[in-house]
Design a protein around this ligand. Sequence first.
Ligand code: ADP
Ligand code: DP6
Length: 325
Amino acid sequence: MTSYAKAHTNIALIKYWGKKDPQLMLPMNNSISLTLDAFYTETWVSFQKELTSDRFILNETVQDTKQSKKVVKFLNEARAISKTKLFAEVKSINHVPTAAGLASSASGMAALAGATSLALGLPLDDISLSRLARHGSGSATRSIYGGFSEWQKGSDDATSYAVPLKEDLSDWDLAMIFILINDQPKKISSTAGMAHTVETSIFYPGWLKAIDGDLKDVRQAISEKNFTLLGETAERNALRMHATMLGANPPFTYLAPGTLTALDIVQKLREQGILGYCTMDAGPNVKVLVEKANVKTFLDALSVTFPKENLVVAFPGRGIELKEK
Ligand code: ADP
Ligand code: DP6
């Protein structure tokens, strides 16, 4: 029997950047994200008696030991919980560029957690799925839900998981424009980048000091549907995260010249009263949070500089779907 799961990517408006406990995958701070419809992962998992090791096939290509490391680590955790010794075949299709700062780890690991739980008969409630997804990738905790969700950092394995904040966004016309500046895999993974930042950045204490205020503002913005407060807080939070990397030793950045060009275009539109706010993850690509009514204006302005095919419009997406196949 093969189990199937489909999960969408999510983009954090308040970022997860740093682990308190890398073994248990406990984060330093809570994070808040929006799940989007445009990018997703589909994963099929089957545990088989005949297998002598795990097999990970991504986008129809068999992955080598290094490429399969995170998946095998995740499967080891799942085997320990369900007390099975069987190895698994994992087939996955990313409808999102892999490792390019577009959150493939979030949709990928959420889908893996869902399909694995179904295959092994593990609990399928949202909190259990979110906790298990955390063992694959922190950001995956939030891809269990549609709309806005918050990963509560917790203090141990049982208490660190995401919860929905506002899953139904039918009453709020939000959109996110992805500006694809570079969709090639990055040189420094999120995992490595955040570990280096926590260890060496003189700005990291400042990041942690500001986080409670940012979380409070975004929670308030969501409950009041206050777009300006949401966007201003998200953009500030993303820029602060990127500042921590400039304060690391040696310093590094995921931002590229095109990133700054995009920020500049969005800022100029804001000066004309057309509101949009940027956020960037572990990669140069920019995501612009806008209201649906302004999507065309933004696309027109951005397409003067960026090729139209590199601009992808996304809307709030749904939570995880599971099926036996
Ligand atoms: P991204 O910015 O795309 O999230 P990361 O460096 O954070 O990049 O994570 C990329 C890693 O996530 C990949 O190297 C792989 O280990 C894992 N990953 C991506 N897609 C999948 C998938 N479909 N199934 C399982 N793991 C995946
Ligand atoms: C910048 O979840 O990919 O996208 O937990 O080590 O797998 P691991 O990292 P990952 O990091 C995401 C970092 C981020 C911010 C965010 O999504 O909150």
